[in-house]
Structures are given as C-alpha cells and as structure tokens.
Design a binder for this molecule. Structure first.
Ligand code: NAP
Ligand code: MG
Length: 504
C-alpha cells in the first residue's frame, strides 16, 4: 500500500466512524480520489514523420499513415506505408548485408553488437516506456516494469548465446537461415520485436521486420538505437505498413524464414502462402487460456492471479487467462472477492502512474470487444462491470466478467482480446481438464492449488505451450513460449527459440 492509499484508507475509516468532522459529513460516504500522477513527457522525442529504416538509412516512402494515441484519439506522428517495392528494397538490403558482412562477422563480434543495442535501450528505457504507452494505450506502470525490461532482457540473453551456439547444440552442424522476415502485432510492439530480432541476430541472420499498423513508434525508436550501436547497414531493416506489406514480406522469394505473431486468421493465410516453398515458419497465434482455481488454492492470491491474467494490458494478451474455471465449492467466494477487487481497479489515462487498466488499442478493437460482450448478454450470460467513470475521449472499456457462461457461448470460445473474463465451474480435476482442453487454442493455462501432485497431473493433461502454477503471465527470456493446435507452432525464447533461426 502506498502512503497515499494508507492515508486515504485511514481518513475513510475515520469519517465512516463519525469520529471526525460534523455528523452530516460523517453520514455521507466519503469518496477518495487519487490525485493525478502523470508520467513526464518532456524527455521524449517523437519525430512528426518516420521514414522506412532500410540499409541503415532513413528512406522515404510514397505514402504515410497517421498513428494515434488511443487514450486521446490525437495523432502522434506519421509512419511510412511500405509498398511491395519498399519491401523488395528492404529484403535486398538484408540479403546484401548477410552475404557481404553478417555471415562473415565472428560470433563474438555479433554478441558485442547485440549487447550494445541492449545497453543503449537501457539508457533510453523511460523514453521507450512513455512512447509505448502513448502509441498503444497500455498503462505506464506496465510499459516500465514489463515491456521494456523484458525486451532488454531478451537482447542481453541472446547476446550471451551468440558465441556459444556450438555448446547450445553440441555435436550438430548448423548454419544461419539467411534473411528472415518478421511480422508482429500491436499488443507488445517492442517486446515482440526483441523476441524476434535478438535470436535472429545471435544466430547470424539478417532481418526485415514490420510493426503493426497502430503501433509503429517504438520500433522506429529501436531503429535509432540500432543506428547508434553501429550495427552494419542492412542487418536489421525496420518497416511499417498494412496487411499487404506483411503479405509482401511473406511472399518475397528471397526470404528464408517467416516469424509471425498475430491472429490465427492471418496465421492460416501465411501458412497457405508458404506451403510448397522451403521457407521455415514459426507462428505465434491466438489463445483462450484456462485459468483453473481449485478449492484448496490460496484464494486471495488466486484472485490476484485472475486479475493479472485477464486485465493486464487491457486483456490484449495472447496468453490472457480469459476462461476462468473455478471449483464449484469456492465459486461464490471467488466471484465475491473478484467483484471487490474489480472495484479497486483504476481505469483511465495510461500515462498516469496509478492507472491499472489503460486504453483499448484502437477503435476497431473496441468495436470487436463490444460486439463479443453484447453476444454474451444476448446469449443469456450475466455481466458484471464495476461502477467507474471512463474518460470522455479515447477508447476505453470497463473491466468485465461474465457468470452463467456455457462452454458453447461465443465469449467462452472466441478470443476477445480485451478486459473480459468468462467464469465457468467444474467439480473434479478430470472435468477441469476436459473443459480446459475444449478449445481450438492451446497457448497457455494457469493452475491454482495447494497440492503439488495435482499440479503435475494437470500440467501433463492440459494441451497448452505454457502452464503457470500458482502464478500467471510470468515471462523469462530463458524459457520457451509457443502454442499447440490453432495457437501456432515453433517456440520463442530459450534455446528452443534459437533453434528456429538455424538450419541443421
Ligand atoms: P493480426 O491482424 O494477425 O496482425 C498481426 C500482424 O500481421 C500485423 O503486423 C498485421 O499488419 C500483419 N498482417 C495483417 N494481415 C496480414 C497478411 N495477410 N499477411 C501478412 N501479415 C499481415 O493480429 P493483431 O490483431 O495485430 O494481433 C492480435 C492477435 O495476435 C491476437 O490474436 C493475439 O492472440 C495474437 N498474439 C499472439 C501472440 C503469441 O505469442 N502467440 C502474442 C501476441 C499476440 P497490420 O497491423 O497492418 O494489420
Ligand atoms: Mg497508435
């Protein structure tokens, strides 16, 4: 509890007891508001327009598009819309850099460049965090404590492996893949870029990477860092654009591997496009994770895990714990505590350090969430939303959960990618397993119980790439991440993540 929270709680108790103030003041329920605590913006630099970063230089595009701050709906900057020709230029630059420089650069030199990128990013950590929050809508406390430090950690981690690949994969002959094309979504722009660029460079590949349309800025900041680090020209090319730009990367004949993170729908299109070619492919797609609470779980901690699982980053998280399975005997208790906890979540200005739930990334995503929530109401599920005022401008959605949900309801089957939870129940571990696996996805899951044996049984039976026990949404660069079923294939992070960028 912060000092302000403590004193607010204290005042609130006093007034309620009537021990201070007049009797009329005592009879009124006091409302304690947080004073605004905005993060400073004077230390950041955003250019009015960003060109494409190709061959180590800023290159003009024919068209540009606006990127807005979803919390204010104001335009922040413009980013280049890369055409098919621009993609071709970027790929040829990456090919040249691969043949002439990077494939001949000794591994320990590669490591130095990656370390340098990480260190410069670290110096600019606050700037990265503020820009990530402005461009994407996530709370500043999350960009500061999750996105940026984890992105850095991936660069540091893979820098360490660059000259130790033969120990990572002993008794095997391998070589880099060559030119890799990488396409990322808008929910963790800088972090997804780090997940992809760092292992690619460590293994000796060169890169063409495209940011998502609504969040191009931190990748261009990363381009500035790459320039400052003196990485040879063309080793990393950073471009922005729309779906067609992504498709041009996927279809370019000189790309030897595609690493894609995004929706299952686009993942399927990409898989069709690369079928019949010898391009390597990794797909990190959608999810509909089960977060399972047993009656013997530490309930208060589990409730924190539910909140972290679904309301972190407004639920724009592929591994979000969006289906809550509670053992029937503790359902009422969990729902009561969850309601209580939701009432304390602060929704609003993402740049405010006290904000827990920020802005929805775009108008389009807000419409998608609203449509799915309406389907839940129409299908007869019971909705709960705390009373809280949303800002007048910007794209916001109240943290929400549904009870009386059937497994067949759309809100229990489709990925909402917003702050919306479906609460379901179970009686036995077997029933929990069957229900958890009753989905087209298989990215992640959570298990909350006091019993180690139950954890082991559940982990073995749940078809998901990551299963957290008595915690949720924990990431580490040394630990692999990826999906089963329609959540995709291939792994990012750890040694498994390195392997995807090598030919054996
Ligand atoms: P998306 O629509 O699939 O877009 C992802 C990226 O692909 C964007 O850069 C997008 O460009 C580009 N793209 C769109 N159409 C394309 C095409 N035909 N060919 C090639 N590229 C194309 O997904 P999103 O809405 O940005 O992101 C949300 C999804 O990502 C969710 O389903 C979420 O679960 C998933 N995700 C998965 C993981 C994971 O690790 N498994 C992590 C994060 C997110 P534009 O932005 O210009 O459309
Ligand atoms: Mg934006």
């Amino acid at each position: 509890m912060t000092f302000r929270e403590k004193s607010a709680a204290l005042h609130s108790v006093r007034s309620a007891n009537g021990s201070t103030g007049s009797s009329s003041a005592a009879s009124k329920k006091p409302v304690w508001e947080y004073a605004p605590s905005p993060e400073a913006k004077d230390h950041i630099e955003i250019k009015p327009q960003y060109d494409l970063f190709i061959n180590g230089k800023w290159q003009k595009a024919k068209k540009y598009f606006a990127t807005v701050n979803p919390a204010t709906e104001e335009k922040i900057s413009e980013a280049a819309l890369a055409s098919k020709d621009d993609v071709n230029r970027a790929v040829l630059s990456a090919e040249r850099a691969y043949n002439k420089v990077w494939s001949k650069t000794p591994p320990k030199e590669r490591a130095k460049y990656i370390f340098r990128i990480a260190r410069i990013m670290q110096e600019k950590a606050r700037e990265f965090a503020v820009i990530e929050t402005m461009d994407g809508g996530k709370p500043i406390k999350e960009s500061k404590s999750v996105d940026v430090p984890l992105a850095l950690a991936h660069f540091f981690y893979y820098a360490g492996w660059a000259d130790k690949l033969k120990y990572a994969f002993p008794n095997s002959a391998f070589s880099p893949v060559g030119v890799v094309g990488q396409i990322i979504p808008w929910n963790f722009p800088l972090l997804m870029a780090a997940w992809k660029i760092a292992p690619a460079l460590a293994c000796g590949n060169t890169v063409v990477i495209k940011s998502a349309e609504t969040t191009p800025l931190t990748l261009y900041k990363l381009a500035e860092v790459i320039q400052e680090a003196g990485l040879p020209e063309g080793v990393v090319n950073i471009i922005s654009g729309a779906g067609e730009t992504g498709a041009a990367i996927v279809n370019h004949p000189k790309i030897q591997k595609i690493a894609f993170t995004g929706s299952t729908e686009v993942g399927k299109l990409i898989m069709r496009s690369v079928a019949g070619t010898d391009k390597k492919l990794t797909l990190e797609l959608g999810g509909k994770a089960a977060n399972i609470i047993f009656e013997d779980a530490p309930i208060d901690q589990a409730v924190e895990g539910i909140v972290n699982g679904i309301y972190f980053n407004q639920g724009h998280v592929c591994c979000a714990g969006s289906r809550l399975f509670v053992q029937e005997s503790v359902k009422n208790l969990v729902v009561k505590k969850l309601k209580h906890r939701l009432r304390s979540l602060r929704v609003g200005d993402p740049l405010d350090k006290n904000t827990d739930v920020g802005a929805i990334n775009s108008k389009m995503q807000l419409n998608k969430i609203t449509e799915l929530v309406n389907s839940g109401i129409e299908e007869g599920c019971s909705i709960y939303q705390p009373e809280c005022e949303l800002p007048k401008r910007g794209y916001f959605f109240k943290p929400t959960f549904f009870t009386n949900v059937a497994q067949s309801n759309r809100i229990a089957q489709e990925e909402i990618f917003g702050p919306v939870l479906s609460v379901l129940t179970f009686r036995t571990p077997r029933e929990a397993i069957e229900k958890a696996n009753n989905t087209q996805y298989g990215l992640s899951a959570g298990i909350w119980t006091d019993k180690g044996s139950k954890i082991f049984k559940m982990v073995g039976a749940i078809k998901a790439g990551v299963v957290w026990s008595n915690t949720y949404n924990k990431f580490n660069p040394a630990s692999p991440f990826g999906g089963y079923k329609e959540s995709g294939f291939g792994r990012e992070g750890g040694l498994q993540g390195l392997k995807e960028y090598l030919k054996f």
